[in-house]
Design a protein around this ligand. Structure first.
Ligand code: URA
Length: 275
């Protein structure tokens, strides 16, 4: 295998691999070894300001002066991960298999892979399945999911128009937050889902999703409502619907965040929209 890496990239890659080695992660994919064995290793450029929005189903208005906020931290742990050629959601699901890569497999009923359109322009990323999701094998189908559905409909969309997934695919016991190693093991599948779908906008629901995608150390309260960027895609972080169930007063903030997303996607709010 030919390695055509400059010194800083090589160091970064080494550090990333060392980190994974330390937490016991050696393989993300079942058949990566067969790919590009004789090719130079392609390491994506570090995060750059995002390009002009793609024009797709929704007519995306140009932003006169995009309110880009620089990435709050350095690139995520996964920045050096190269893309999987000819990847698809089906292939990612096959690679996950009957996953036993971390302790979350022990008490799960179902792996909750994701739900919605593979061509979605908008992807919502949550934290991890709860009780209802674990039973049904679908993301956001419990109380928080009902609220997420309302949010989606208030934006003038249907749930089938978007894609919904989580950082970890198995329910953490007692709905605790996923731990660092669990996130590190499962996040590569999320990154592959995002690479396949290539949405125009990613909405991170809560701090765990934000941490997984941007490695952000700052909390959700500080970073919500601003345009951030993940590998060239606009990213908006907002409060998790479960937080809104406990703090309904924060719904106004979330609606403001979603309106920014709607602007970029050229969406009109449903007339009677209320969260
Ligand atoms: N909370 C999440 O973060 N994800 C789900 O799928 C359900 C609740």
């Amino acid at each position: 295998m030919t390695l055509a890496l400059d010194e800083p990239t090589r160091k970064k890659l080494e550090e990333t691999l060392r980190y994974f080695e330390e937490i016991g992660v050696r393989e993300f994919f079942t058949d990566r070894a067969r790919q590009g064995a004789d090719e130079a290793v392609a390491v994506p450029a570090s995060i750059q300001p995002v390009a002009a929005p793609r024009v797709g189903v929704f007519a995306a208005p140009e932003l006169a002066t995009p309110a880009w906020t620089p990435i709050p931290q350095g690139p995520s742990l996964f920045d050096a991960m190269d893309r999987v050629e000819n990847d698809s959601l089906e292939r990612i699901r096959t690679d996950i298999g009957d996953c036993k890569r971390c302790r979350l497999c022990e008490r799960r009923t179902n792996i909750v892979f994701g739900d919605g359109s593979a061509k979605a322009e908008l992807v919502f990323v949550g934290e991890g399945p709860g009780h209802d999701e674990d039973i049904q094998g679908l993301p956001f189908v419990g109380r928080a999911g009902k609220l997420l559905n309302q949010m989606i409909e208030a934006m003038g969309l249907q749930r089938r128009d978007v894609y919904i997934c989580n950082v970890v695919k198995c329910r953490p016991p007692e709905n605790r937050a996923p731990e660092k190693d669990e996130m590190a093991i499962c996040s590569p599948f999320l990154l592959r889902q995002l690479d396949v779908i290539q949405p125009k906008v990613i909405v991170c629901l809560g701090a765990v999703a934000l941490k997984a995608l941007l490695g952000a150390e700052k909390g959700i309260t500080q970073l919500r409502g601003q345009w951030l960027e993940y590998r060239g895609t606009r990213l908006m972080a907002t409060y998790h619907p479960a937080y809104l169930l406990r703090n309904p007063n924060a719904k106004g903030d979330v609606w403001k965040d979603l309106q920014k997303v709607m602007n970029v996607l050229g969406l009109q709010a449903r007339r009677e929209a209320r969260l």
